[in-house]
Design a binder for this molecule. Structure first.
Ligand code: KG4
Ligand code: ZN
Length: 396
């Protein structure tokens, strides 16, 4: 089955095309196209993602990115005559009335190329920034109308999860194979911090069976990194900046003079809270006036240590209380070398436990992870009319 995927939930516009086939050892996925445009530099000026700017950028970028994607997959074939009827163009115009630029790009493209050989269009419909999600959903609906291809709406967090379980076996080749169950998945991103139990792996009849057992009560982990980074005068997105400073502090063997809180470390549940860490960092930084570079490194290390300790402690408790046999981590924060190493060490404490993690380039938002999630849901295709964006969509 050939899948075209669309991701626009936050500040990355991602499209991909993969071919999937079932074999005895799992679902094989071959990457035929993978394109991504990040708006991070544009949003950096605002210190975070600015929703209406994100929406505008997605609308501007989707048309050119689609051409690039189809070309990469060698299915951008010029048509000898107009391929889409006037009536359909009228329907697409109505659908994209808020995105006139995207409408122009799309209709020029759609009337000039042959219908590509694609079986399903997979699109993120939540969670995320609703205006940004809508652009992707309407874009997918327009393609579906023009080409008569069904749409599959997908959960962005399931995309992160699918990227974690997709084992890279060769260049552009991935396999999704059933982990030992039950599995525990930690989803850590700019908008989410969740512990999810995976009790049943997908088959041709069933989807994965998820149960969310813990989540954040306020800021997400990535948000905590981004906000504390800002307090230290570091650019957005801050996670990677904190990681660099923290790594330097460890390498230079700097002293550890500061102590920040480990929120909810000892509470008897799997929930998280990171706003107290942000407040404590603010107080610490304000009390110092103008921290030196060395002090910034020391604080960054303490932030990373505090967050990692909370994540690992809660994960360890969940492993033991739920008889977990496989561990997975996904989402933008799973790019963190320090957090990966800590989870790797945790998995090693248990016999036969594997840590599933995304290829590093697939940790942060991208289009491929949505295609992988679609491969996990191939039995499910939906009717056009009932798909809508939902900023608060849950994984279970
Ligand atoms: O999944 P993602 O790309 O977007 C959302 O769905 O939110 O996650 C972005 C988050 C940002 O908060 C960013 O600071 C964080 O992932 N991040 C990191 C690292 N790389 C990205 N956090 C810690 N260490 C990193 N190396
Ligand atoms: Zn994400």
């Amino acid at each position: 089955m050939r899948i075209l995927s669309v991701e626009t939930s936050c500040d990355e516009t991602g499209l991909s095309i993969i071919d999937t086939y079932q074999k005895e050892d799992g679902v094989h996925m071959e990457v035929q196209a993978d394109t991504l445009l990040s708006q991070a530099l544009l949003h950096a000026e605002y210190g975070g993602v600015y929703p209406s700017l994100a929406k505008r950028e997605h609308a501007k970028n989707l048309g050119p990115l689609l051409i690039e994607t189809l070309k990469q997959a060698e299915c951008c074939i010029p048509a000898k005559e107009a391929k889409v009827s006037k009536e359909t163009i009228g329907d697409i115009k109505e659908l994209l009335y808020r995105e006139p630029e995207l409408f122009v790009h799309l209709t020029t493209l759609l009337t000039n190329i042959e219908k590509p050989d694609i079986d399903v269009i997979a699109v993120t419909h939540g969670p995320g920034l609703e205006p940004a999600l809508w652009v992707g959903v309407n874009f997918a609906k327009a393609l579906s109308l023009a080409w008569g291809i069904p749409i599959m709406p997908l959960n962005h967090m399931e995309g992160h999860l699918a990227a974690a379980f997709a084992t890279k076996v060769a260049e552009k080749q991935y396999i999704l194979s059933e982990p030992q169950l039950p599995a525990l998945i930690m989803l850590i991103s700019g908008g989410h911090t969740e512990l999810v139990l995976l009790k049943k792996w997908f088959s041709t009849e069933n989807r994965n069976d998820y149960e969310k057992i813990g989540s954040t009560r306020d800021d997400a982990v990535g948000e905590a990194f981004d906000k504390t980074a800002r307090l230290l005068g570091l650019p957005y997105p801050g996670g990677i900046e904190i990681a660099k400073l923290a790594a330097a502090a460890r390498e230079e063997n700097l002293e550890k003079p500061y102590s920040l809180p480990r929120p909810m470390l000892k509470t008897n549940n799997y929930d998280f809270s990171f706003s107290g860490l942000k407040t404590a960092t603010r107080n610490l930084v304000q009390g110092m006036g103008n921290p030196t570079n060395e002090q910034k490194k020391q604080i960054a290390r303490e932030i990373e240590d505090a967050i990692t300790e909370v994540l690992v402690t809660k994960t360890k408790r969940a492993i033991e209380e739920h008889g977990i046999r496989s561990l997975a981590v996904g989402g933008g924060v799973s790019a963190s070398t320090h957090i990966r190493a800590a989870l790797e060490a945790l998995a090693e404490e248990y016999e036969d436990m594997t840590l599933y993690k995304p290829a590093r380039e697939l940790s942060t938002d991208n289009g491929l992870m949505i295609a992988f999630a679609a491969a996990m849901n191939t039995y499910k295709t939906n009717n056009l009319e009932i798909i809508s964006a939902n900023g608060n969509l849950s994984i279970d």
